[in-house]
Design a protein around this ligand. Structure first.
Ligand code: CA
Length: 228
C-alpha cells in the first residue's frame, strides 16, 4: 500500500483528507501533533509522501519539515498552508518541502499533487541507468545522487528531477512552464513560483556563490539555463 503521512491537528480536515486518500488508493497514516508525526515516520519507514499542516499545537510544520529533512532527503513533503500565509509557502519550501497546498483545497487537487510527488519519489521507473558528467558535477541516475567535485550533495527528489532535466538539456534555455511540466507533471495545479523557489534552494546547494549563479543562470522573462 502507498503510505502517506497526514499531519493535521484539526480532526475535521484530517478525516476529510484521510477519506479522500483512501478513495484514491492510498494508505493514510494519521498524526495530530508534530511529535506524533516524527514517531509515525520512524515506525513506518515506507512512507513516501508527507502532508504537513503548518499551525500545530506543539512544534510547527516547518520545524517538522526541517527535522524530517535532516535525516531523509527522499521523502516527498507537501505543506498545508492557510490562504493568509503567503510568505509561509516560501519559508516552507526553503526548509525543504517540495510543494504546498493552500486551504481550502479540493480533494482532486490534493490527490493530483500527491500522485505527482509519488511518481517523483518512485525511483526505478525512470529507465536508463548510469551517469551524467558535466563540469564538476556527476549525476548517478541509478541511485539518484549528485556529486560536485566528488562530494555528495543532498537533494530532494524534486531537486534531483530538476538537475536531471538540466543535465539532459545543457545550454538550452528552459521556460518555467517547461520545468513545471517536466518535473511536477502536466496535471499539476500549482503556480510557476514553485519553480523559482526550488531553483533558489538548488542554487544554495550547488553554486559556488548562490548570489552570482554560474551553473543555473536566469533567462530573464523566460526561465533558466544550465551551462558553464
Ligand atoms: Ca492546524
Amino acid at each position: 500500500m502507498k503510505k502517506v503521512l497526514v499531519l493535521e491537528d484539526e480532526s475535521s480536515i484530517r478525516s476529510f483528507v484521510v477519506i479522500n486518500l483512501r478513495r484514491s488508493g492510498y494508505d493514510p497514516i494519521e498524526a495530530e501533533t508534530g511529535e506524533q508525526a516524527l514517531e509515525q515516520l520512524k515506525r513506518n519507514p515506507d512512507i513516501r509522501v508527507a502532508l504537513l499542516d503548518v499551525m500545530l499545537p506543539d512544534i510547527d510544520g516547518f520545524e517538522v519539515c526541517r527535522r524530517i529533512r535532516a535525516s531523509d532527503s527522499r521523502i516527498g513533503i507537501i505543506m498545508l498552508t492557510a490562504k493568509s500565509q503567503e510568505m509561509d509557502k516560501v519559508t516552507g519550501l526553503m526548509t525543504g518541502a517540495d510543494d504546498y497546498v493552500t486551504k481550502p483545497f479540493s480533494p482532486a487537487e490534493l490527490t493530483a499533487r500527491i500522485d505527482a510527488l509519488y511518481r517523483r519519489t518512485g525511483g526505478g521507473d525512470e529507465g536508463g541507468d548510469g551517469e551524467l558528467r558535466q563540469g564538476p558535477f556527476r549525476l548517478n541516475t541509478r541511485n539518484r545522487t549528485l556529486e560536485k567535485n566528488g562530494e555528495r550533495i543532498r537533494l530532494t527528489q524534486i531537486e534531483y528531477s530538476i538537475i536531471k532535466l538540466f543535465m539532459d538539456n545543457p545550454g538550452k534555455a528552459l521556460s518555467r512552464e517547461d520545468i513545471l511540466n517536466a518535473v511536477w507533471g502536466r496535471d499539476y495545479f500549482g503556480e510557476l513560483k514553485i519553480v523559482d523557489v526550488n531553483i533558489r534552494r538548488l542554487r544554495i546547494k550547488i553554486e559556488d556563490d548562490p548570489t552570482i549563479p554560474t551553473y543555473i543562470t536566469t533567462v530573464w522573462g523566460y526561465g533558466y539555463k544550465w551551462g558553464f
